[in-house]
Design a protein around this ligand. Structure first.
Ligand SMILES: Cc1ncc(C[n+]2csc(CCOP(=O)(O)OP(=O)(O)O)c2C)c(N)n1
Length: 622
C-alpha cells in the first residue's frame, strides 16, 4: 500500500485529538504523554508492529505493552484507529463504570490490551517475561524450514517506569539473557507528576542500560517519525542484545501547556483543547471522537495490509504441522496439557515416608516436567532450598533458549513480573520460587496476577517459624494472612505430598493465581489425606463416631499436632472432628452445606499459633 505522509500525520494528530477529548469528557486522565508520544506509537503500530486487528489473539503477533499505563488513552486511540473493537462510543466512555476503556489498560477488558498496566515498572518487567516466552518457544518449535514463532515484544514507557527498581532487576536479567527481540521505547519527556526529573532522577539511563548489556539508541525528536522508524529497524537488526530507544519528547506537545507537569494528569480544559487542535491543524468543527473520512479510508486499507501477515503465517503453520506432526502435538499440549491423565495417574499421588512438603513439591515438579510440555520456571537463587530442581530440564540461558529452568537471580519482584509475562504470552505454564517470607518483595506482581486472572504459580518454601535457625528475618509471620486476604489468589498450605500434588493440579485445572506455602521440615505422609478434598479447599481428615463436641481445623505442618490432640481427646472420650484446610480461599467458596461450613463458626474451636491467625466470619483457622 502507498504510504501517505500527510495522512500519517493526520493519524498522529487524531491520536492526540481523541486522547485530549476523552480526558476532557471524563474530567480525569492523563493527556500529556498521549500528546508527546503519539508519533512514536503511530510509527510503531503502522510500520513495524506485526499485528492483525481482525484477530487480536493471533499467536505470532508482536506484543505491545504500554508500561506507562496512565497514558491509556494513547492505547485506546490506537486500538480505535487500527480497527480493534474499541468504538468512538467506547472512547467517549473513557474511565466510566464497566466501559471498555478503563482508567488504566486492563487485560481481558479491552481487546488488544496484552497486559494490565498502571503500577509503574511492571509493564517493562513483565515484557521481559514475554520475550523469554517467545525465545523459548521459538527455540523449541521453529525448524530450519519453518518459523512459526517469530515476534518481537515492544514496551513503551516513560521516566517513571525507569525510576522503579523492578525495571532494573528485570532489565539486568534481560541483558544477561541477550533477549534481542525485546525492544523498549523510552518516551523521555523528563517530566513526572511533581515536575522535572531533575528533582529525583539525574542518572545517565543510557550508560545504565549499556551496563546491563543492552543496545541503546537515541532519537532527538519524538516528531521525527523517520528517525524513530530507523531506530526500530536498528533495534530489530541486533540479534544479540535487547534494545532501548530513548526518544526525546515534550509532554503535552502542541498544547499551550507543552513541557509542563500540569499536562501529565489533568484535563487540558476547553480553551486549551481548542488552541491545541488549532496548532495541530485539526479540523475544529469535527465533532469530538470522530476522524476525517479520508483518514478512515486510509486506515482501513492499512488494516487489510496488516492482516496479510497472518494469512502468510497460517500457510507456514499448516506446512509446519504437516512436516512435524510430533512437534505440532507437543506444541498443542503446551496450551492444553492432558490434565485428566495426570489426575488419574496413581504415580502422581504416590508419596511415602517423612517428607517436607517442599520435597513433595520437587517430586511433583519433576513428574509434571514429563507431562506438561509448557512447564517452565525456577527460583530466585534458592533452587536447592526451594527444591525446584527439575532433572529433565536444562538451564535457560543466552546460549540455550530451549532450557526450561530459569535462574531469575536474587530478584523476587522481577521474577513475579516475569512469571506473569510468560503466562500472559501464552503456551507456557510458568512458575517462580523463593522463601515465603520474601513474598513481600513480590506482592505488587501477585496483585496484578490476581487482577488479570493469570495462572501464575509460586512455590514458596520455609513457610513458618518451623524455619528455625535462620531466625526472625526468615520466619514468615504475617505473610500467610496477607496472601489469604488477596482476592482471586489461591494459597495452599498442604500437609503432605498428596495435598501438595492437588495444589499443583488445581493450578493446572483452574488456571488461577496459585501460591504454595511449603515446609522446610519433614512431615508425615498420611493415609487419610485427600487430593479430592484438597481440591475443595478442605475436608474431614479424621472424624469422630458421634456428633462432634469440638472441631479442630488445621493446615500444613499443624495437622500433625492437631491429629495428636484429636487422638488424645478421643482417648478421653471426647467427640472431636479434625478438618484439614490446605486452601482456605477454596474452602470458603464451597456451599454452606459442604462439611457444615455454616456451623463451623458457631462450633467451639481451638487454634495453635505459629503464625498470625485470621478471624473470618465462617471459621477460625489454626
Ligand atoms: C508504582 C507506581 N507509583 C506511582 C504511580 C503514580 N504515578 C502515575 S504516573 C506517575 C509519573 C510518571 O511519570 P512518567 O513515566 O514520566 O510519565 P509522564 O509524566 O511522561 O506521563 C506516577 C508517579 C503509579 N502509577 N505507579
Amino acid at each position: 500500500m502507498e504510504k501517505n505522509q500527510e495522512l500519517d500525520q493526520l493519524a498522529i494528530n487524531a491520536i492526540r485529538a481523541l486522547s485530549i477529548d476523552a480526558v476532557q469528557k471524563a474530567n480525569s486522565g492523563h493527556p500529556g504523554m498521549s500528546l508527546g508520544a503519539a508519533p512514536i506509537a503511530y510509527e510503531l503500530w503502522a510500520n513495524h508492529l506485526k499485528h492483525n486487528p481482525k484477530n487480536p489473539t493471533w499467536f505470532d503477533r508482536d506484543r505491545f505493552i504500554l508500561s506507562a499505563g496512565h497514558a491509556s488513552m494513547l492505547q485506546y486511540s490506537l486500538l480505535h484507529l487500527f480497527g480493534y473493537d474499541v468504538s468512538a462510543e467506547d472512547l467517549a466512555d473513557f474511565r466510566q463504570w464497566q466501559s471498555k476503556t478503563p482508567g488504566h489498560p486492563e487485560y481481558l477488558e479491552t481487546e488488544g490490551v496484552e497486559m494490565t498496566t498502571g503500577p509503574l515498572g511492571q509493564g517493562l518487567a513483565s515484557a521481559v517475561g514475554f520475550a523469554i516466552a517467545e525465545a523459548h518457544l521459538a527455540a523449541r518449535f521453529n525448524t530450519e524450514e519453518h518459523k512459526i514463532i517469530d515476534h518481537y515484544t515492544y514496551v513503551l514507557h516513560g521516566d517513571g517506569c525507569l525510576q522503579e527498581g523492578v525495571t532494573s532487576e528485570a532489565s539486568s536479567l534481560a541483558g544477561t539473557l541477550g533477549l534481542y527481540k525485546l525492544i523498549s521505547i523510552y518516551d523521555r519527556n523528563q517530566i513526572t507528576i511533581e515536575g522535572s526529573i531533575d528533582l529525583a532522577f539525574t542518572e545517565d539511563v543510557s550508560k545504565r542500560y549499556e551496563a546491563y548489556g543492552w543496545q541503546v539508541l537515541h532519537v532527538a525528536d519524538a516528531n521525527d517519525t523517520k528517525a524513530i522508524g530507523a531506530a526500530l529497524e536498528e533495534a530489530k537488526a541486533n540479534t544479540t542484545q535487547p534494545s532501548m530507544i530513548i526518544v526525546e519528547s515534550k509532554i503535552g506537545y502542541g498544547s499551550p501547556l507543552e513541557g509542563s507537569a500540569a499536562t501529565h494528569g489533568n484535563p487540558l480544559g476547553d480553551e486549551n483543547i481548542k488552541q491545541t487542535k488549532e496548532k495541530l491543524g485539526w479540523e475544529l468543527d469535527l465533532p469530538a471522537f470522530s476522524i476525517p473520512n479520508n483518514l478512515q479510508e486510509y486506515l482501513s486499507e492499512l488494516q487489510d495490509e496488516l492482516g496479510q501477515a497472518e494469512t502468510e503465517w497460517q500457510e507456514t503453520y499448516v506446512a509446519w504441522t504437516a512436516a512435524n506432526p510430533d512437534l505440532a502435538q507437543e506444541f498443542n499440549e503446551c496450551f492444553e496439557p492432558n490434565i485428566e491423565e495426570i489426575q488419574n495417574d496413581p504415580e502422581f499421588w504416590n508419596f511415602s515416608g517423612k517428607q517436607a512438603t517442599r520435597a513433595a513439591s520437587g517430586q511433583v515438579l519433576n513428574y509434571l516436567s514429563k507431562k506438561v510440555p509448557g512447564l517452565i520456571g525456577g527460583s530466585a537463587d534458592l533452587e536447592p532450598s526451594n527444591n525446584t530442581k527439575i532433572e529433565a530440564f536444562e538451564s535457560f540461558s543466552a546460549k540455550n533458549y530451549s532450557g526450561r529452568t530459569l535462574h531469575y537471580g536474587v530478584r523476587e519482584f522481577a521474577m513475579a513480573c516475569i512469571v506473569n509475562g510468560m503466562n500472559l504470552h501464552g503456551g507456557l505454564q510458568a512458575f517462580g520460587a523463593t522463601f515465603l517470607v520474601f513474598v513481600d518483595y513480590m506482592k505488587p506482581a501477585l496483585r496484578l496476577a490476581s487482577i488479570m486472572d493469570l495462572a501464575s504459580l509460586f512455590v514458596l518454601t520455609h513457610d513458618s517459624i518451623g524455619v528455625g535457625e535462620d531466625g526472625a528475618t526468615h520466619q514468615p509471620i504475617e505473610q500467610l494472612s496477607m496472601l489469604r486476604a488477596a482476592p482471586n489468589t489461591y494459597t495452599f498450605r498442604p500437609a503432605d505430598g498428596k495435598e501438595t500434588a492437588a495444589a499443583f493440579l488445581f493450578n493446572l485445572k483452574e488456571q488461577k493465581p496459585t501460591i504454595l506455602a511449603l515446609t522446610r521440615q519433614a512431615l508425615p505422609t498420611y493415609d487419610q489425606s485427600s487430593g479430592t478434598g484438597t481440591l475443595h479447599g478442605g475436608y474431614i481428615f479424621q472424624d469422630c463416631e458421634k456428633e462432634p463436641e469440638l472441631i479442630i481445623i488445621a493446615t500444613g505442618s499443624e495437622l500433625e499436632p492437631a491429629l495428636a490432640a484429636q487422638q488424645k481427646l478421643t482417648e478421653q472420650g471426647k467427640q472431636v472432628r479434625l478438618v484439614s484446610v490446605p486452601c482456605l480461599d477454596l474452602f470458603l467458596e464451597q456451599d454452606d452445606d459442604y462439611l457444615g461450613l455454616a456451623e463451623l463458626s458457631a462450633s467451639p474451636s481451638y487454634r495453635i499459633r505459629n503464625l498470625l491467625s485470621i478471624n473470618i466470619e465462617k471459621c477460625i483457622l489454626i
